[in-house]
Write a protein that binds this ligand. Structure first.
Ligand SMILES: C[S@@+](CC[C@H](N)C(=O)[O-])C[C@H]1O[C@@H](n2cnc3c(N)ncnc32)[C@H](O)[C@@H]1O
Length: 389
């Protein structure tokens, strides 16, 4: 397909997209309806459209086509055949460091402002490097795996055998280009030697510290990423997993089965409602609250959210998180930990909720951390270990 045609198709996809569903799903539907597009055309269109949304709300008065070219220039770091045809001057500077490309663009477009790459920077948690965080949205984050204890050598050998390129972040964490396919590796092997899991998400596990025979509740368990790590740390624990709808836990069942975990309890619980009917007189030695949140620490993976997100939702999430924390904390034994986690970069969802839990619900903060995934092409997350007094 000719390059100007590729640009036109990307522009028409952007025009059609109304943010009602994730961009990934919208694109999959679009390609299903437009079967004449070959796999190379689909890949090019997806790349152009994703890069476009990485620009956030930059240069709103420029045409979509012009912004598509600027986005390619900022998001690519090597020769682009499309730019070579349509905007060769960008291609000549494509390998420059990002910060120099930004300076160059500012000369061409006086109105270009890096604030527009992430227009909520005043809302972020303390310690976030504003410039690095904003610029990180121009790059697609990496894919990470968590390797089960003792399985590093066989995973490494398999990857080398299949000539899949990877970096070793640690002995239990490898990273890959985001488009790498790993589904077929060790298919059917129980337990599977690795889990796909973001680096920062893996790092939250150091806050759990369960001990033998304890009773734990992962109250927003979804597909069970945190529960799996908890269980592997201490397989003797009694584990309850819950989420607002049973269907959300289906994936957890599959992942637990693949990990060889069969002994756990599962309930559908809305944490904003009275919990007595579900929990009766249970008490827990630990609760993981991986709270519903804006997801703003993960928008490098879903860049359309930078445009779609309405800032008043931050306060809405913060209130929801406080309500859920107040509700679940009643079921924790004194002296035991509530592990509060978000994948948000916003202080209203992080430090403000943590302070509420300490000051209003009678907890003491043992330690907390903002996991600065933006430095490692990973998600940015917040984790706190809060002890009930
Ligand atoms: C950040 S996700 C949890 C991810 C999960 N812990 C993991 O590691 O895979 C937050 C979860 O909270 C759930 N949730 C949202 N509102 C809820 C509510 N009112 N009660 C219970 N769960 C809720 C969502 O369905 C979602 O699965």
């Amino acid at each position: 397909m000719r390059f100007d045609n590729q640009l036109r198709i990307a522009a028409s996809i952007i025009e059609e997209y109304t943010f009602e569903m994730p961009l990934s799903r919208f694109l999959a539907n679009y390609f299903r309806k437009n079967k004449q597009m070959g796999s190379k055309d689909r890949k090019t269109a997806a790349d152009l459209v994703y890069s476009f949304f990485r620009l956030g709300v930059s240069l709103p008065d420029r045409s979509v086509e012009e912004r598509l070219l600027i986005a390619q220039f900022l998001c690519r770091s090597s020769f682009s055949p499309l730019l070579d045809q349509l905007q060769p001057v960008f291609n000549q500077q494509i390998e420059l460091p990002l910060i120099e490309k930004v300076a160059y663009l500012k000369k061409l477009y006086a109105e270009f402002d890096i604030n527009a790459l992430f227009p909520f920077i005043d809302e972020v948690s303390e310690g976030i490097d504003s410039e690095l965080f904003r610029l990180s949205h121009l790059n697609q984050p990496k894919l990470f795996i968590r390797i089960r204890e003792g399985k590093t050598a066989i995973v490494r050998a398999k990857l080398r055998e299949l000539e899949i390129s990877f970096d070793e972040i640690s002995s239990t964490c490898f990273s890959f280009k985001n488009t790498t396919k790993l589904d077929h590796l060790f298919e059917g092997e129980i337990p599977r030697p690795f889990e796909i899991q973001d680096l920062s998400s893996q790092q939250t596990a150091t806050y759990f510290q369960p001990t033998k025979w304890e009773s734990w509740w992962d109250c927003c368990a979804a597909s069970g990423g945190k529960s799996l790590m908890l269980y592997e740390q201490e397989p003797s624990i009694k584990l309850l997993v819950s989420d607002i709808r049973e269907s959300i836990l289906n994936n957890l069942d599959e992942r637990f089965a693949a990990a060889g975990i069969t002994s756990y309890h599962k309930k559908e619980i809305d944490l904003t409602k009275a919990l007595e009917p579900f929990l009766v007189d249970r008490e827990f030695d630990g609760i993981i609250l991986d709270a519903p949140c804006s997801g703003s620490g993960t928008w490098g993976r879903t860049p359309e959210m930078i445009t779609a997100f309405e800032p008043q939702k931050i306060e809405w999430f913060s209130s929801l998180q406080k309500k859920i924390a107040a509700n679940v904390s009643k079921w924790l034994k004194p002296g035991k930990p509530l592990i509060y986690i978000t994948c948000s970069a916003f202080k209203q969802e992080n430090e403000v909720v943590m302070d509420f839990i300490c000051n209003e619900l009678g907890f003491e903060c043992e330690r907390f951390e903002l996991l600065k995934g933006y430095k490692n092409a990973a998600d940015t997350m917040f984790v706190a270990r809060l002890i009930k007094k």
